[in-house]
Design a protein around this ligand. Structure first.
Ligand code: BTN
Length: 248
């Protein structure tokens, strides 16, 4: 499978601070073609979620950003875009691994370990999403991780195989584009249902840490329209969490 327009313009950089920052700055300077991709062999200051740094060994992983300019998509559909792109990466990973899950909201897990993540940065005009920069970091050929990243894995660790990064990137882009188009075309009910079916720890009991230091025993039961996570406690009460309000 080949992408139709995603990556047709591909900017390859040996080194950059962050592909997301590079692409956002480029879009502020010039008209960027829909589907432009910036791919880096190495990021000096890769941005992760919650202000974290995204660490990835030089030349061994996929670190890239995609530029899309969706016409007339309302900001209320932002979380659906997160779901769509997560499903695109999920679809790709399912070609390479079993036990793939999406950890709400947009981490990719294999065998209970994090293999990738994304940082989606939207620009808003009025009520509409005018542009999106979708940054994806996926661990491919990295063999070991820093002690601070105990819960990380890669395709190499899972399959003991070295992958060709260019080929993997092409395949991944085609799956991400497919889900992006599905979102753009309004197939939102299907995206919601498929996302829920593959989320990590869905409908099983676990303990969760809350920011005030307390622990909640609970079961993920679904999502609110806004994307908040619904967790039921043992007494049957449903709790709703925004990103960063529950840790696992
Ligand atoms: C996370 O913390 O899980 C999100 C990681 C997103 C990392 C990717 S790597 C390519 C792109 N450029 C960045 O600076 N960040 C994203």
């Amino acid at each position: 499978m080949c992408a139709i327009f995603t990556g047709k313009r591909l900017i390859y950089l040996e080194e950059v601070n962050s592909t997301n920052s590079y692409l956002s700055a480029l879009a502020a300077q010039e008209k960027v073609v829909d589907g432009t991709v910036v791919l880096a062999a190495h990021q000096l200051a890769g941005k992760g979620q919650r202000g974290n740094v995204w660490q990835a060994e030089k030349g061994k992983n996929l670190t890239f950003s995609i530029y899309y300019s969706p016409a007339a998509m309302r900001i209320s559909k932002q979380f659906l875009l997160t779901q769509a792109i997560s499903l695109g990466v999920y679809d790709y990973l399912c070609l390479r691994c079993t036990k793939v899950k999406i950890k709400w909201p947009n981490d990719l897990y294999v065998n209970d370990k994090k293999i990738g993540g994304m940082l989606i940065e939207n620009s808003i005009k009025g009520e509409l999403i005018s542009q999106v920069v979708i940054g994806i970091g996926l661990n491919i050929n990295q063999e070991t991780f820093d002690a601070s990243l105990q819960n990380a894995t890669s395709l190499y660790i899972e399959n003991k195989k070295i992958y060709n990064l260019e080929d993997e990137c092409k395949t991944l882009l085609s799956y991400v584009e497919r889900r992006y188009l599905s979102w753009l075309n309004g197939n939102h009910a299907v995206l919601k249902e498929q996302y829920l079916n593959v989320i990590y720890r869905y409908k099983s009991w676990h303990t969760y840490k809350l920011p005030n230091g307390s622990v909640l025993e609970g079961m993920i039961t679904g999502l609110e329209e806004t994307g908040q996570l619904l967790v039921q406690d043992p007494t049957g009460v449903q709790h709703s969490f925004a990103n960063q309000e529950i840790m696992f």
